[in-house]
Design a protein around this ligand. Structure first.
Ligand code: PLP
Length: 388
């Protein structure tokens, strides 16, 4: 029996040819293919600027810096996310806190956010930045968040690592409502460059700062210099930046993948529809579907209801049948590192309750119906207590 991973990359012959063509050319690091990838990504996402980075983690870090996050800042994110959504604030020396999720979307709850903002205002310590996360590829509810951001004076950095190409109110994620949006091109995500990421923004000044932080804090354009240029070779370091550049080899893969994104989405959506249909009668909660937004279906995350079955035994039964299930996510605040910052289990009960039930079952573009049928049948047996 073949092993079925929970996710895996989809690489075509065209993808391979695109990388080889760059490998044989003059630019291996940042060059014209990187610019072409940024332009194509910006166009597809309906946004003025796209800045490529070496990972989404790097993108979150420099987006925080470019948005002014520093040691005096307070940043809030969702506990139901990958570690990077919170770590980025700590890289900048900021304080981190969390806003609990809405169990029906598994994304940051707008009601909880509003309640926490009211308390924070009364206590005189409002957040400077909020990082909502598009869990599993389902866009978060940005219109009310934008209203709260304008009222309480914080910026929004959307972690759309799961949501490349997803849409909200008929418009691509990353185009509106957030100040900046970060996407991941890790191998398990919607579009891959091996490692890589993108930051989008409509703000020209923010774009310039992102490019500066991406490459050592340097500028070269004469209009950007603080002092008169010594000559045409002049560059200035004005802030402390990093080397977070994406190579042209990676950009070639990303550009080729982006060209196939609609078919990659269609394959994921078809499999998600098929899961919905075949799992409907099992004692499970299926992923949310909302009329005003379209998921990219990065994950198909189900909830095993505790009164009905035990998540750990279902997980074990699937793994025993060579099915690569996974759990997304262990709430960030319960990690040992975050406990040492003062967070405790019980702090964000909705994220913790979701975690206790969560199971991500395989979903990737090349998954066959036969593979999916095997997942469905092993899952059905595990839930109804039948031996495989
Ligand atoms: C994958 C992921 C990241 C980090 O992406 P990298 O490109 O691996 O750095 C950040 N946030 C979320 C929600 C992710 O899923």
């Amino acid at each position: 029996m073949d092993f079925i991973p929970y996710s895996t990359q989809s690489i075509s012959e065209d993808d391979v040819a695109a990388v080889l063509a760059v490998l044989k050319g003059p630019f291996l690091t940042q060059g014209p293919t990187g610019l072409a990838f940024e332009a194509a990504f910006a166009e597809r996402h309906g946004v003025a600027h796209a800045v490529s980075v070496s990972s989404a983690t790097a993108g979150l870090h420099i987006a925080c810096l470019a948005l002014g996050v520093g040691p005096d800042s307070l940043v809030w994110t969702s506990p139901n996310s990958f570690l990077a959504s919170a770590n980025c604030a700590l890289y900048c020396g900021a304080r981190i806190d969390f806003v609990d999720i809405d169990p029906s979307t598994r994304n940051m709850s707008v009601e909880q956010l509003e309640a926490k903002l009211r308390q924070a205002e009364a206590a005189g310590r409002l957040p400077d930045l909020v990082i909502p996360v598009d869990f599993a590829g389902l866009p978060c509810d940005l219109v009310p968040m934008r209203r709260l951001a304008d009222r309480y004076g914080f910026r929004i950095l959307q972690d759309a690592s799961h949501a490349t190409g997803a849409s909200y109110l008929g418009q691509p994620v990353g185009s509106r409502y957030s100040d900046a949006t970060v996407f991941s091109f890790h191998a398990v995500k919607i579009v891959t460059t091996g490692e890589g990421g993108m930051v989008t923004t409509q703000d020209d000044a923010l774009e310039r700062r992102l490019r500066q932080y991406r490459s050592h804090g340097m500028v070269r354009e004469s209009a950007d210099l603080e002092a008169p240029a010594d000559g045409p070779w002049t560059y200035e370091q004005q802030v402390l930046g990093y080397n977070y550049r994406l190579t042209d080899l990676q950009a070639a893969l990303g550009l080729s993948q982006l060209g196939r994104m609609e078919s990659l989405h269609a394959a994921r959506t078809r499999l998600a529809d098929r899961y919905d249909e075949h799992l409907a009668d099992l004692p499970l909660s299926l992923p949310p579907r909302l009329a005003d937004r379209q998921s990219s279906w990065h994950l198909y995350a189900i909830e095993v209801e505790p009164g009905q079955a035990d998540r750990s035994s279902v997980f074990a039964a699937l793994r025993a049948a060579d099915i690569g299930v996974n759990v997304h996510y262990i709430p960030i605040h319960t990690q040992p590192y975050y406990r040492r910052l003062g967070f405790r289990p019980g702090d964000f009960p909705a994220a913790e309750a979701y975690y206790a039930k969560a199971l991500s079952i395989p979903l990737f573009p090349a998954m066959t119906d036969a593979q999916q049928d095997r997942v469905i049948s092993v899952l059905a047996d595990a839930l109804t207590g039948r031996a495989p």
